[in-house]
Design a protein around this ligand. Structure first.
Ligand code: ATP
Ligand code: MG
Length: 204
């Protein structure tokens, strides 16, 4: 299949919420992406010691959330790969599958701030362009030496995109469920129903 431009949205999606969906949709329209592929991470390198809902369930929730958008897809690539998920390996895969496509990696500003800890950032920079979306609570001007911490080539491959700010995070959703606070309107109804039905994120 020939695709001119492809977006990749990586994350833990524990669970997926409207912050992820609005980031992907705004990037899709602004950069005329034909498809956006959501890729739930198997073992996120930065969250190894963390109580993570199993990958099949996170995948299932992403599938429910993206089902109504014909340009959105979910991939089990990282879930199937043994060991830790590295974005550079994922991008390598997509570059080989879609040699004629321009590939964009979509991320929030908080991810940019830790990008210098990612594996092979130089190589990653050669494989894709980056769309960095705004996120409430994160300000590029307040991050110390972010310009110097990333390879010079990175900045010519990066575009910033201002999106409607949704101060929603998966960790806050998990905490709210545990404390009996509402999560309605923070994520798709189908995903909330699934969380309730399966008793996810409940304390004890
Ligand atoms: P957690 O609280 O568990 O870290 P999260 O809400 O940050 O979860 P992730 O799965 O870590 O979600 O994020 C996947 C990607 O989506 C990251 O690049 C992150 O920056 C981006 N993202 C998540 N929530 C938002 C949001 N509300 N606005 C903009 N970008 C977001
Ligand atoms: Mg996060």
């Amino acid at each position: 299949m020939t695709i001119a431009s492809l977006g990749i949205m990586g994350g833990t999606f524990n669970p997926i919420h409207y912050g992820h969906l609005i980031a992907a949709e705004c990037a899709r329209v602004e950069f005329q992406l034909e498809q956006v592929i959501f890729i739930p991470a198997r073992i996120p390198p930065h969250k190894e010691d963390w109580d993570l809902l199993n990958q099949a369930e996170r995948y299932r929730m992403v599938e429910m959330a993206v089902g109504s958008n014909p340009a959105f897809q979910v991939s089990d690539l990282e879930m199937k790969r043994e060991g830790v998920s590295y974005t550079v390996d994922t991008l390598d895969h997509y570059c080989r599958c879609y040699p004629a496509s321009q590939i964009f990696f979509i991320m929030g500003l908080d991810s940019l701030f830790i990008l210098d800890t990612w594996k092979d950032i130089e190589r990653l920079t050669q494989l894709c362009r980056f769309i960095i979306v705004t996120r409430p609570g994160y300000n590029i001007n307040e991050e110390v030496q972010i310009r110097e911490r990333l390879p010079a080539d990175f900045w010519s491959q990066a575009d910033f995109l201002e999106i409607p700010g949704l101060d929603i995070s998966s960790s806050d959703i998990r905490m709210r469920v545990a404390k009996g606070k509402p999560i309605r309107y923070m994520l798709p109804e189908t995903v909330e129903s699934y969380i309730r039905q399966k008793y996810f994120y409940r304390e004890g």
